[in-house]
Design a protein around this ligand. Structure first.
Ligand SMILES: NC(=O)c1ccc[n+]([C@@H]2O[C@H](COP(=O)([O-])OP(=O)(O)OC[C@H]3O[C@@H](n4cnc5c(N)ncnc54)[C@H](OP(=O)(O)O)[C@@H]3O)[C@@H](O)[C@H]2O)c1
Length: 239
């Protein structure tokens, strides 16, 4: 995919169970990846994965709380000053919690809305401001199968991921004449170490692999997907 070489990507949550595979796959295509993270443990894990690969552009790390509007704005200003206008925004930062509604503290609701939905809004706002004048850009968001299935016992999570889907489709309409595509992926259960630990009796062979999601994201970033915007792509594995 030569069209991807030398492009600049922001990957939020690029150190997570999904993010590590996505960051390595993008960097492997010659994309200059700017990965945001919070914890040193996450950063070290991706650094270890990346060490095995001679990337044309080494992955760069930025400690940014993606729920903090001022911190997100500073991060994009920092990229501007270094002459790195963002071509691709991959919003992977997110989290999951579940509990019956009557046992769900308002802090959990606010945390999940902030981490899963507000973070996407904040990053899209900064990235679009820089993509629009260049009339080019690709934005990927991560909702979840649960946003469509709306299972119980996880209302805050489901609402936050439904917000991501609605935000994606509204932005796709808003930006369709600006050369910017905005697409959403909907994983079911991803085969991550955290999920294997949390669900030891489940069969991980049925779960979608992080590398499979990375392949789908690469497709959405490539020339072959230039006409696709507003898509909600199911990545369910065999669930
Ligand atoms: N795992 C699944 O089965 C599944 C299913 C459907 C959808 N999804 C969605 O897919 C995405 C990735 O999931 P995952 O399993 O890879 O999650 P994960 O392993 O928990 O990774 C979360 C990522 O978000 C980062 N992060 C968390 N809070 C942050 C903050 N305030 N500011 C900046 N970064 C922050 C983490 O950084 P640190 O490591 O530094 O804390 C990490 O890189 C999420 O949006 C999730 O909701 C996951």
């Amino acid at each position: 995919m030569p069209a991807l070489q030398g492009k600049v990507a922001v990957v939020t949550g690029g150190t997570g169970g999904l993010g590590r595979a996505v960051s390595v796959a993008l960097a492997g295509e010659g994309i200059a990846c700017h990965v945001t993270y919070l914890t040193d443990a996450g950063r070290s894990a991706l650094e270890q994965d990346a060490a095995a690969h001679p990337f044309a552009h080494p992955i760069e790390f930025h400690r940014v709380d993606v729920t903090d509007a001022a911190a997100v704005a500073r991060f994009y200003q920092d990229l501007d000053q270094r002459g790195r206008p963002v071509d691709f925004l991959i919003n992977l930062a997110g989290g999951f919690e579940m509990s019956p509604v009557e046992q769900t503290p308002v802090q959990t609701w606010e945390h999940l809305m902030s981490l899963n939905a507000t973070s996407v809004f904040l990053n899209c706002r900064e990235a679009v401001a820089r993509m629009k004048p260049r009339r080019a850009g690709r934005i990927i968001t991560v909702s979840a199968k649960a946003a469509l299935d709306t299972p119980g016992q996880m209302s805050a999570y489901v609402a936050s991921k439904a917000a991501v889907l609605a935000l994606t489709q509204s932005l796709a309409r808003e930006l369709k004449d600006d050369g910017i595509t905005v697409n959403c992926i909907l994983p079911s259960v991803i085969d991550t170490p955290a999920n294997r630990q949390a669900m030891p009796k489940s069969d991980p062979d049925r779960w979608v692999k992080p590398q499979q999601i990375a392949e789908a994201i690469l497709f959405l970033l490539g020339d072959g997907a230039s006409a696709i915007t507003g898509a909600a792509l199911p990545l369910y594995g065999r669930i």
